[in-house]
Design a protein. Structure first.
Length: 121
């Protein structure tokens, strides 16, 4: 089941991308092609990023005794909670501020960077 979901996710993205382009930019022609090498490279990069992201956490978790892991975790600090609210809000403001379809390339880059900042919250 999980393997089928892993295979279906990029196909869903490739299928939805032209639809989103038509909805968001109706005046532009939709020319969308994805090569098999691009999909394969996406899988490789996704697996590498996932393994690298999980490695440090799994090493720390392996060093903790099971009883200690069952104890209640401390509440997140005030700074972390504040960042969790401010970063997504800043990302949303950046995306909305640059969402005009007639704009040039720079505002779209700012929108993507803002969305990335918002996703880190």
């Amino acid at each position: 089941m999980a393997f089928g979901l892993i295979l279906a996710t990029p196909l869903l993205g490739v299928g939805l991308a032209p639809v989103l382009v038509m909805v968001l930019r109706p005046s532009d022609p939709v020319a969308f092609a994805v090569s098999p090498a691009g999909v394969g490279l996406g899988y490789v990069v996704a697996v590498l990023v996932t393994v690298l992201a999980a490695y440090a956490s799994s090493r720390r978790a392996a060093a903790i005794p099971p009883i200690a892991a069952l104890r209640a975790a401390p509440e997140p600090g005030r700074t972390r909670s504040l960042l969790g609210v401010l970063l997504p809000a800043g990302g949303l403001i950046g995306v909305v501020a640059t969402a005009a379809p007639g704009e040039g390339t720079v505002p779209r880059i700012v929108a993507l960077a803002s969305a990335a900042v918002g996703a880190t919250g």
